[in-house]
Write a protein that binds this ligand. Structure first.
Ligand code: ZN
Length: 321
């Protein structure tokens, strides 16, 4: 999408628009694009504290909370979230939380220890009810792949669970949570259509997604892509010679034009795959974490759009091999 150049004489109207937009943001109901991940500025400091295990959930929960609750992520942008080691200040913050939202599906291996510090906070598993895809063909085979949020369709189940958790916790604001969850869910549905359309341009022989972690299975399943990866889950990131060889062989055989890695792990093994095979290193996917607010993936919606954009750029038919 391109912005049209500013028109002569348009300044007063733009200023008015900007002022109005700012006023709306300050009122706590701003357009989504204006609000960063884990942004709790809309809620006053006295509002109940909801903690989430990672930034993606904090963004979703903020959308549903609509300024009625303080939503914060325990882990910061860029943190490794599978085997995270909570800091003393994380543990102190847990004592103030009234609700802790977790992904479940074995994602947060550190959560039991963490929750021992969260006196009285209720834990809610927001992936409850998603169509689980099991890990296949490597360590952890048969266990659930935890990254269900990578499908905007499955993410609507997350939103419904978050809504129900908020209504249960704070029934007085039930109408607000319902209204905001509905609006956000409609955005996710629209995003699903948008991604489907974008990824449809990839020809059949280019529909192979090569990542570091096998974290995009839900996205691949939704949009008809195949996957290859260096390790199945970040809890165990060792790149054995066999794993490396398998990916290199696949990339060569299938003449994959671009390979990718995720923002929370070391991308050097994948860059080596690129060097060995002549594929391009196509960029960084955001999966287990949003970017910083001024980065390319400050919200869940922006994150999925960014991933689809670099995927299409890397794999499209007119791309170089
Ligand atoms: Zn992961």
């Amino acid at each position: 999408m391109f912005l049209s150049p500013p028109r002569r004489g348009a300044a007063p109207r733009s200023w008015l628009g900007l002022t109005l937009a700012l006023a709306v943001v300050l009122a706590g109901c701003g357009p989504r694009a204006e609000r960063g991940a884990a942004d709790s500025s809309a809620a006053d400091a006295g509002a109940p504290l909801v903690l989430t295990s990672f930034t993606v959930l904090a963004d979703m929960a903020s959308e549903v909370a609509c300024g009625q609750l303080r939503v914060e992520s325990i882990t910061r942008p860029g943190a490794e979230i599978h085997g995270y080691d909570p800091t003393p200040s994380d543990l102190r913050r847990a004592q103030d939380a009234q609700l802790v939202l977790v992904n479940g599906l074995n994602l947060e291996l550190w959560m039991e220890r963490y929750l021992a510090s969260a006196r009285g906070a209720e834990r809610v598993v927001v992936s409850e009810g998603v169509d689980v895809i099991p890990i296949s063909g490597d360590a952890g085979a048969g266990q659930p792949n935890p990254h269900a949020w990578m499908s905007p369709r499955q993410a609507r189940t997350y939103v419904a669970n978050i809504r129900d958790a908020f209504i249960g916790f704070d029934p007085a604001n039930a109408d607000t949570y319902r209204r905001c969850a509905d609006a956000y869910s409609a955005e996710l549905e629209a995003l699903d259509g948008e991604l489907r359309e974008q990824l449809a341009v990839l020809p059949p022989d280019r529909r192979l997604l090569v990542s570091c972690e096998g974290a995009l299975s839900y996205l691949a399943a939704d949009y008809g892509l195949e996957e290859a990866y260096l390790w199945p889950v970040n809890a165990e990131t060792e790149v054995t010679p066999q794993r490396m060889e398998r990916v290199i062989r696949t990339v060569r055989e299938r003449q994959v034009p671009a390979v990718f890695c995720e923002s929370t792990v070391d991308d050097r093994p994948q860059r080596r795959v690129a060097e060995e095979t002549g594929a391009r290193f196509g960029g960084v996917f955001y999966v287990d974490s949003l970017s910083e607010p001024d980065g390319v993936a400050p919200t869940y919606l922006a994150m999925l759009r960014h991933n689809a954009r670099i995927l299409v750029q890397g794999l499209r038919a007119d791309g170089q091999r």
